[in-house]
Structure formats: structure tokens, C-alpha cells
Design a protein around this ligand. Sequence first.
Ligand SMILES: *Cc1c(COP(=O)(O)O)cnc(C)c1O
Length: 345
Amino acid sequence: MSILDLRSDTVTLPTQAMREAIFHADLGDDVFGEDPTINRLEAMTAERLGMEAALLVVSGTMGNATCVLTHCARGEEVILGDNSHIFLNEAGGMSALGGIFPHTIPNQPDGTLRLDEIEAAIRGDNIHFPRTRLVCLENTHNRCYGAALTPKYTAAVAALAKSRGLSVHLDGARIFNAAVALGVDVRELTRGVDSVNVCLSKGLAAPVGSVICGSREFIARARRIRKMLGGGMRQAGIIAAAGIVALKEMTGRLAEDHANALRLAKGIAGIPGLVTEPDRVQTNILYIDLVDQRFSDDEFMARLKEKGVMLSHTAPTRFRMLTHYGIGAAEIDAALAALRAVMQS
Ligand SMILES: *Cc1c(COP(=O)(O)O)cnc(C)c1O
């Protein structure tokens, strides 16, 4: 039996084209700036995202940490969503590594932070307070059902931040999903932000890597932070080669993942004992709640795995599913059949 692994879009394996690109990649020592494949990926990503410069990092977590540490000094403060990946899922890196203070405000169900709440969170000039330096946004928003932030919203946050002397970092781990869902060029989603992190290893199916982008001056400083974090890689063109294929060949198909996520959500909505919100599905992420108390969460997951379906457990009675490369409409229907069978057992 083949397993339908819907835990994350990080489980995607590299395509044949990626494996070939890795095999043929021109390589050099990137700490000396001499890996031609990395230089090409960085130039391509910066251009694609409408930013001046870019830097390859090991992971999205390293990308976000590198950016936050580049923007902020010790004792400075970052305003970010209480459901953001940076706050919840990155091992507290900003505090542990940078002595930086996270100031959370509520994420709205659509992934946004309210402008008035951002404004209210910005500290005044007073020796009792940490100095506010940065606002972080997340697009698409992982915990908020993969919601896409619009260009208009992003620009409004950027304008507010700028008017108060703050910078904006965008965790765009799945920014291409957002661009596809909204039908806009990805550059419209980075307008006004000072830095952005984009993951190659999620829906774009590359095996490793994220790229951060910013001004030339910002990326020059970020390069030192990346080195400090242990992310100065050598012949990492073998990673970049797959990333180039990801950017060229894998962004155009993301609409399929979004259609499959909607198909899955609509199917689950008709299964007694499970609750999901198909109206909220804009991209490739959905959540389901187990309202039928016959099963414990672990039992539900174990029974589903016996039938060949894996999902992730994100909170009591709550599970997450992601669609991705390698999962087509037929696999969605098989997953629905497994869910139905478990709930009827
Ligand atoms: C996955 C993810 C990251 C971090 O990426 P890793 O490569 O797993 O470290 C950051 N932000 C969001 C929103 C993510 O979903």
C-alpha cells in the first residue's frame, strides 16, 4: 500500500529535472562568493521577488532568524502574530540567538494583524520600554488555513511601519502559493517590505533550502549573520541547482494543489464526525476537527495510517492536511475514502 502523506508539503521528493540539475551543477566555494549556481539562484530569486539582492540559506527557520537578527539588536522588539510560524515553530530563535523580544498581537482568522493593534503595540520613546524595530507578516499564513495576504494589506502594513520608523519582514515560506491564489505577480506581495524569506523545499519540491531577499546593504549584513549561525555553506550549488528548477518549473502548477485542497475540504465536510471549513481554503492547507469523541486523537491517526493516510496533529482534536506535488485528484479521492471508512468503523 502506498502512503498518502498529507502531513506537509515538505515531504515532496525532488523531481527528475532537479536530480539532473544537481548532477550537472557548476560548483565553487560559496563562502568566497564563488559558486556560480548559487549566484544564479540568488540573482533569479531577487529578480522574481522584485528585491535588490538575495541569499541562500539552509531552511526557512534559518532564513527568518537571519533576517530578524539582521534587523534587530539585542533588547529590541519585534511585533508579530500570536499564531505566526516564527513565534510558534522556530524554537524561540530570535530570543535564544539574538536577545530579541517578541511582542505578539492576535492573528485574525485571515492571517492579518489589525493595523490599529500594530499601531498600539509600537512602543513610545521611554527608558522603561524595549525599542520596537520590526513587524513580521506571514504569507501564506500556515496556522490560518493557508490564507493569502493581499498586496493592499501588505502595502498598508509597510506604510504604517515606515511612518513609525520600523522595518517589515515577510515570512513568505509559501509566497508563490499566495501569488497563484490571488492571481497576482509575486512582486506585488513584497512591495514595501524590507526583507522576505521564501522556501524552496515546500510546495516547490526542492530537497533543501530557502532564499532571503532584501536591499544589497541588508543582504551584505545578513551574510555575516548567516555565517555566525553556521550557514556559510561551500559547494552548495548542488542545493541551488534544484532551487533553480523549483523556481522555473514548479510555481506554475501550484493551482493544482489549491484545487485539490478544496476538493479534499469539500469531501471532508460531508463526513459525519469531522468538521472543516471549505470556505476558508484558498491555497494548499486545511485543518480538520475531530468532533466525534469515539476515538482519541492518537487512535484516529493510527486508524487513518492503517488505511494509508497521514496527517499532522496540531492541537487537541485538531489536524492539518496539506496538498502538494505528487498528490493528484485520484489521491484526494483515496484519502476521502479512507477518512470515510475510519469514521464509519
Ligand atoms: C515551514 C515554514 C517555515 C520554516 O521552514 P523550515 O524550512 O521548515 O525551517 C517558516 N515559515 C512558515 C510559514 C512555514 O510554513
